[in-house]
Design a binder for this molecule. Structure first.
Ligand SMILES: Cc1cc2nc3c(=O)[nH]c(=O)nc-3n(C[C@H](O)[C@H](O)[C@H](O)COP(=O)(O)O)c2cc1C
Length: 181
């Protein structure tokens, strides 16, 4: 059995991959990603998410077209699987807390769950790219997402055709301080 990566290695290996080879993605692996995402934390444990997995080729082509229709994200055509993350309604308590705090907890939750999905994918040899720029209206139409719901993020999934690259990130000094801002 392949040696598991330490978490510190896993976060270096997780990268946005926009070039995939033709290897199909196993259903069990996708289920494992959804299972790990299911365990993600969320404000008031509202779990305001639903994953729509798109692997049927004709539909996937149409969704890829909606993702890349604004001149970006052509890589969606190459991804063997596309996952749309739908925001579900929160419970009353959690809505009220969000409104008092003036925070959109749903979008925070969606970001966390998407990353949990992507880290799990990386751990089992898959590659992903979180996509936030796409024709949401078109995607909703294609997937029959009810009118009142939103699709803030899409995740493309497949086997990478590129090596792991160095991360381009701000320094620790730039992004952290101790005891005052
Ligand atoms: C909320 C969000 C939206 C993103 N939208 C896109 C996108 O529309 N297209 C794209 O190619 N990458 C998108 N990305 C990927 C980022 O460009 C990428 O995470 C960032 O450049 C860091 O690179 P890395 O993921 O390879 O470490 C998005 C990432 C996040 C978290």
């Amino acid at each position: 059995m392949a040696q598991k990566m330490a978490f510190s290695e896993l976060v270096k290996h997780r990268q946005s991959v926009r070039e995939y080879n033709d290897t199909p993605v196993e259903k069990e692996k996708l289920m494992q990603c959804i299972e790990s995402a299911r365990l993600a934390p969320s404000a008031n444990n509202a779990q305001p998410w639903k994953f729509v997995v798109i692997n049927e080729p004709t539909l996937k082509g149409r969704v890829a077209s909606a993702i890349s229709s604004m001149g970006m994200n052509k890589h969606a055509y190459k991804a063997p699987v596309i996952v749309a993350v739908v925001v579900e309604k929160r419970d009353m308590m959690s809505c009220a807390a969000g409104s008092v705090q003036d925070k959109d907890y749903s979008l925070l939750d969606i970001g966390i769950v998407a990353n949990q999905f992507c880290l799990q994918a990386t751990d089992i040899g898959l590659s992903t790219c979180i996509v936030g720029w796409f024709n949401e209206k078109e995607v909703k139409n294609l997937l029959n997402v009810p009118k009142g719901k939103r699709v803030p993020l899409i995740i493309t999934v497949g086997y990478s055709d590129v090596p792991v690259r160095e991360k381009n990130r701000k320094s620790i000094d730039e992004i952290s301080s101790w005891n005052k801002y």
